[in-house]
Ligand binder design. Structure first.
Ligand SMILES: NC(=O)c1ccc[n+]([C@@H]2O[C@H](COP(=O)([O-])OP(=O)(O)OC[C@H]3O[C@@H](n4cnc5c(N)ncnc54)[C@H](OP(=O)(O)O)[C@@H]3O)[C@@H](O)[C@H]2O)c1
Length: 246
């Protein structure tokens, strides 16, 4: 991992992941919609990794017509690209969004379609190079639709299924595709959610994501107990599950 593009570069989980990256000769492009936030994160990261070079790039995930340009300019600035981490997302108020066609489509655009657009470009580039890593933060929420968050959850399910297929396609080219499935983590995204012992610290999840990048893991549940929790949740028969208030 020497030349890394992070989309959603100002996200807490991306920041905690990149804190573990070491130099020298390592370059990281932080891309995202809010330049001020990107600069703040970059300055923080520089104090952790003084021998890593950082750059920022302002782009909204919904600017599809600029996705290719982002890759082209990142490759020009970094000199090469070997790792792409996609970490942007929004967790909407499901009760509000589920009643609105417009908001539902918007959430799918941010949490699913923009991710797939970026992965398509990354995959074509890495396929031609015959190496590289594409890592995407999906969610355990994509494992089973629940009334309380099925807009976000189904968008993440789309991402996870897409990555499964992409991993299968990319295997023969030596390209790693990593699906990251965190449970609930204390980040700005979950501010205001009721406290729960299941909340993980972002530092721990960031470290797990970094280790998954280094070890080229296929699918990461973080913290690992979510693998068991989701196995139980998925095993509940649909006839019972549909009656639960989840
Ligand atoms: N925290 C959790 O419990 C949890 C659990 C499972 C999965 N995840 C996933 O982990 C990833 C990181 O989230 P986080 O927890 O670190 O929350 P976060 O700190 O709030 O990060 C969310 C990021 O998404 C970016 N973003 C949102 N809309 C965007 C857009 N239209 N264009 C570009 N960037 C956009 C935000 O940047 P701007 O503010 O600049 O727009 C921000 O950097 C997300 O994919 C999230 O779905 C989080």
């Amino acid at each position: 991992m020497k030349n890394i593009l992070v989309f959603g570069g100002s996200s807490k989980l991306a920041e905690e992941t990149i804190k573990n990256v070491k130099g020298p000769n390592t370059k990281v492009m932080l891309a995202g919609s809010n330049l001020q936030k990107l600069n703040t994160v970059m300055n923080d990261l520089k104090t952790w990794n003084s021998d890593v070079e950082f750059f920022v790039y302002q782009i909204n995930a919904l600017e599809y017509d600029r996705h290719q340009q982002l890759f082209d300019e990142t490759i020009k600035i970094l000199g090469d690209l070997d790792t792409v981490l996609i970490a942007h997302g929004t967790l909407p108020d499901n009760e509000v969004v589920r009643k609105s066609q417009e908001l539902t489509i918007k959430e799918f655009n941010i949490n699913c379609l923009s991710v797939i657009s970026l992965c398509t470009i990354a995959a074509n580039y890495f396929e031609s190079k015959k190496n590289g890593t594409i890592a995407v933060i999906s969610s355990v929420a994509g494992e089973r639709g629940r009334q309380s968050n099925y807009i976000y959850g189904s968008a993440k399910a789309g991402v996870s299924a897409y990555l499964q297929g992409l991993r299968n396609r990319m295997n023969e080219f030596g390209v790693n595709v990593i699906t990251i499935k965190p449970g609930i983590v204390k980040t700005p995204m979950t501010t205001g959610m009721p406290d729960s012992p299941l909340f993980a610290k972002p530092e721990k999840v960031g470290k797990d994501i970094y280790n998954a990048l280094v070890s080229k893991k296929d699918v990461l549940y973080t913290p690992t107990y979510w693998k068991l929790i989701m196995a139980i949740i998925k095993s509940i028969p649909e006839g019972i599950f549909k009656k639960l208030k989840l």
